[in-house]
Design a protein around this ligand. Structure first.
Ligand code: NFD
Length: 298
């Protein structure tokens, strides 16, 4: 608008021969509009801004995943993947990003998940990731291309800027439809619907907020999207912290509620408290704990 008004007055006052001061100002404005897309400068939201070098990190992770981490994911276009990811939130209200906005991106990155390697977690992020890596027998969402690209990163846009907002983003609970939360909900839905064979679930038996928390993504999205026709068995592992407390166990409390939901869905399950191999992995860094004493009797 400012540009058009300036143009009008400039035309009126222009001398016949050559450039006026007005032309130079206009030229400057045009140049600015092409070279400096607006970027956020003030903190609008409580949460951290987008991760620095988001584009470079994601494209780098994409090439690394396809070349080294999991070449069986097939041939994919990492630049297009980044472009479709950015399109989801670029120039948009960061509290109005819907789960379905990620559909094109999710189709671009999807690949098969090996049978019986799906593993879900809730409040057990670190141990699930370590256990999966060490055993090389599981592929959690974070080890699929979808999760690998953005795990641990943050991102959002803004209606008034171009590109990611590096200054601030809505935090997880600032608004429901924030870019990160909608992403994980959408990615979790696709991940759960692909699970086949034996499915493993790791829950936190020491959680004071229910091992199977009603509002968790596992409870709200993943359980509901398991396909009974593809899932042969769900293996529930309830893992306590080595030093306790032992709050939740198989067959009672919120775990009992999950068992009931699985039964109602017609999905077979087994439940085990403190699966020993997981406990032994926890013991690597807490060998003095009484739970870690090995029975070395001959
Ligand atoms: P969780 P879940 N505030 O441990 N997934 O069942 C903030 F700031 O409760 C993977 O909800 O388990 N962050 C990832 C939160 C993220 C809050 C989400 C909160 N109130 C879901 N609540 C991932 N890789 O980052 C939740 N979060 C965030 C899939 C926070 O980053 C996996 O396939 C926390 O570490 C897994 O089976 C994460 O969400 C299931 O959904 C998980 O919260 C785990 O979701």
């Amino acid at each position: 608008m400012f540009f058009l008004i300036s143009l009008h007055f400039c035309r009126k006052g222009k001398s016949r021969n050559g450039a006026t001061m007005c032309d130079l100002v206009l030229l400057g404005l045009v140049a600015l509009s092409f070279t400096n897309p607006p970027v956020a400068t003030k903190k609008e939201w409580k949460g951290h801004g987008s991760s620095k070098n988001l584009k470079e990190i994601m494209i780098g992770r994409c090439f690394d995943y396809l070349e080294n981490v999991n070449p069986s994911a097939g041939v994919k276009d990492c630049i297009k993947i980044w472009e479709e990811f950015l399109k989801v939130f670029n120039g948009k209200d960061p509290c109005n990003i819907k789960e379905q906005d990620y559909n094109i991106f999710l189709r671009l990155v999807e690949h098969d998940i090996p049978v019986s390697q799906s593993i879900f977690w809730s409040q057990t992020r670190e141990i699930t990731s370590e256990f999966s890596e060490i055993t090389a027998s599981y592929m959690p969402l974070e080890s699929t291309l979808t999760g690998y690209l953005v795990d641990g990163l943050n991102w959002c846009g803004s209606g008034s800027i171009n590109g990611p907002n590096y200054v601030s983003c809505p935090s997880w609970n600032d608004c429901e439809n924030n870019a990160v939360r909608s992403f994980w909900r959408s990615a979790s839905k696709m991940y759960a619907s692909k699970a086949q064979g034996v499915v493993t679930v790791m829950l936190n038996g020491s959680s004071t907020a229910n091992a199977f928390r009603d509002t968790s993504i596992f409870a709200e999205i993943e359980v509901g999207n398991l396909d009974k026709a593809k899932v042969a068995l769900v293996r529930l592992w309830i893992i306590d912290n080595l030093m306790g407390p032992d709050i939740e166990s198989c067959g009672s409390g919120s775990v009992g509620k999950l068992e009931l939901i699985l039964t109602e869905k017609g999905i077979e399950y087994v439940c085990e408290d403190n699966h020993r191999p997981v406990q032994i992995l926890l013991c690597v860094t807490k060998a003095d704990s009484p739970t870690c004493k090995l029975d070395l009797a001959p």
